[in-house]
Write a protein that binds this ligand. Structure first.
Ligand SMILES: [Zn+2]
Length: 250
């Protein structure tokens, strides 16, 4: 499967060759404007991601090496300055051809069984797999705010301290009070529509954890919009991802 890659110290590192990297750059305008040092680190981190995770298709979808790299590079962007350790404790990235419909079944207090089928384009399980729709992966990364890979990876980071709740474990020096003040004000503004954010997926209004995940997509795709509309949230994202996207956008 990985014959295009040269394993250095199997399985810890994989070198991504120039033709694959060049094709990725053409498919991912999101990376335009990143400086050479960051791009080199992203390339290396993507190789480590592919060496340590299993990225594979399901329901008849076969992933080639370009498809795997497209997913790996976008997954590595949020952790470029956090380290791949942030993704430790799980192994698989499962990719369906298109939307998938997990059936949720539960029994209520009265003993009545319920089930619900909800179409999804992505899913992140705590200590479990990342699940993605290839049709939606393909549609992302164009710098328009939509990015299902970053969205699900943001949930993964959020879940590092338990359930997804919109607040990942913060770094030393970050203030939990400042984080909550910025995010709850932003969430309220978005839900009350007092702040115009047509660029933000309305799904962000669903819950604080979805607001964090959707805002993370926007942070990497449309950072100037985030900074303009919600400067406090933008600053918290800069501190959390240790990444200043405006430096490349300007
Ligand atoms: Zn979500």
């Amino acid at each position: 499967m990985l014959n295009w890659l040269r394993r250095l110290r199997a399985p810890a590192e994989i070198v991504i060759d120039e033709p694959h990297w060049a094709r990725l750059r053409r498919r991912l305008p999101l990376l335009d404007g990143m400086d050479a040092g960051d791009l080199a680190r992203l390339r290396q981190t993507s190789g480590r991601f592919l060496a340590t995770k299993s990225v594979y298709g399901a329901r008849g979808l076969e992933l080639d090496s370009d498809m795997q790299l497209l997913i790996a590079a976008q997954a590595c962007l949020p952790v470029l300055n956090l380290g791949l350790e942030a993704y430790e404790g799980w192994q698989d990235v499962i990719v369906y051809p298109d939307e998938f419909v997990p059936v949720l079944e539960w029994t209520d207090d009265a003993g009545v069984q319920h089930s619900r089928a909800e179409p999804r384009i992505g899913e992140a399980w705590a200590r479990g797999p990342l699940v993605l729709s290839w049709a939606d992966v393909k549609a992302g990364g164009r710098g328009d705010g939509f990015n299902v890979v970053i969205h699900e990876c943001a949930h993964k980071l959020d879940m590092l301290d338990g359930d997804a709740n919109g607040c990942p474990p913060l770094h030393a020096g970050m203030s939990r009070a400042d984080w909550h003040a910025a995010w709850s004000a932003g969430f309220d503004m978005f839900r009350a529509r007092t702040q115009r954010m047509a660029w933000l997926d309305p799904y962000a209004a669903e819950s604080p954890e979805e607001f964090f995940a959707v805002m993370s997509e926007a942070f990497f795709e449309l950072p100037w919009e985030v900074r303009g509309a919600l400067p406090d949230v933008y600053q918290q994202l800069v501190a959390f991802y240790r990444w200043e996207p405006m430096a490349r956008a300007s």
